[in-house]
Design a protein around this ligand. Sequence first.
Ligand code: SF4
Length: 482
Amino acid sequence: MAVRFRDRDAFEPCGGYKLLPLRFTALDADRYVVTNDVGEYALLDRASLHAFLRYRLDPRSETYRTLKARHFLYDDDNSAALDLLALKLRSRAEPISTWTGLHLFVVTLRCDLACRYCQVSRQNEDVGSHDMSPEHAERAVEMVFRSPNRHQKIEFQGGEPLLNFPRIVQIVERVEALNRREGRDIQFVIATNLSRLDDEVLAFCRQHHVHLSTSLDGPADLHDAQRPARRGSSHARTVEGIARAREALGHDRVSALMTTTPASLDRVDDIVDEYVRLGFASIFLRSLSPYGFAAKSLVRRYTSEDWLRFYRRGLDRVLHANAIGHPMREEYTAILLQKLLRPTGTGYVDLQSPAGIGIGALVFNYDGAVYASDEGRMLAEMGDETFRLGHLDQDDYEAMMTSPALLSALDESLAESAPMCADCAFLPYCGADPVFHRATQGDLVGHKAFSAFCAKQMGALRHVIDLFERDSDVRALMLGWG
Ligand code: SF4
């Protein structure tokens, strides 16, 4: 429910204050979350909410002072409230102007695993025609420096990117050469299953400060069932690779990601415990995306509520790990907390309005095609080219960044103008996911009442706000995550 300026005449002001734009929704049977566009929130009981909206709050009350300090109301004492609110809104929107800060290079589609939830059309490891060419790599690197963003993350994806290690070497060295005159802050990450880790790769990563990000779905039986190797146990190889990489590069230069499949749903304690056992300080309880043929069939086998149960229980297990002396954070929760607590929100590209496609992340595919997001590239592998911005052989940077494919998707991804989102109290902490809605509902906006993205956001935000407000120990811990 939203209250905008035009609504204020619905009530007779009698408390000497005026409302600023706000939205509210029930958190549970007793409490309501009230939010505004700059991301401030307050929890009110039903009676206080009624009194507030009917201009009957006592100006001497704590609730009045809180709502005034958080820009939900203003009175004669703070006539600059609107200017201050506008300033805060501008700060919150500021990250949009920094432009693209994440560039993904799909250096090959070849892979040596056969994961059940593979989101791209992996190719046999011997098929060289699915490798990025040196010429495309060169053009893509030049395009990275067209973005004005001073902070760049360059991530190598696949397939298994280490199967085309020479292209990674070329790209890193070329970026470093160009950056000598640019002086930007650039981080390199290889998303790898670690199967091809050898001394040459480790020496290169050490010399060029390259981070490694691997996949770890949980204990051996679960991981091996979901990520089968052609020979032996992929879990054993991953664990061995993590140890080897940590020894060569340092503990914090190796991170891991998990993916939730139907088989994971009852195993979240085991999954968190495995991350604890292997000494990770973070875990990202990720739901499965509906891209790739295998992924699509698996996604249908669990609902948003299944995933939310998994997430809530997993978060409890992470909190328990902290309580018994293993410092660890859950990354999805941390992203939501950053949106809740930081004036500028977070740069996480999947939760932006307008969406982070193109202006947050850009993907250079192995064949020279350029996509507005990694998920857009996965969708293209399924035959839907909606998010293809152009090709490195034919299109220059201006043509791609002003292409109708990008501009119309950005236009439609403004959550502030989307049905349901426009009135949703969680809007400041949410975003738009046009690729997800295109994949699941056939259009870029989607009907949020039937959207798994929306259900997930609402459920997780309710849970995080509740935990944060209910338990002072959890609150103290979470403040460190936000
Ligand atoms: S997607 Fe759902 S939770 Fe997010 S702003 Fe829209 S209605 Fe709210």
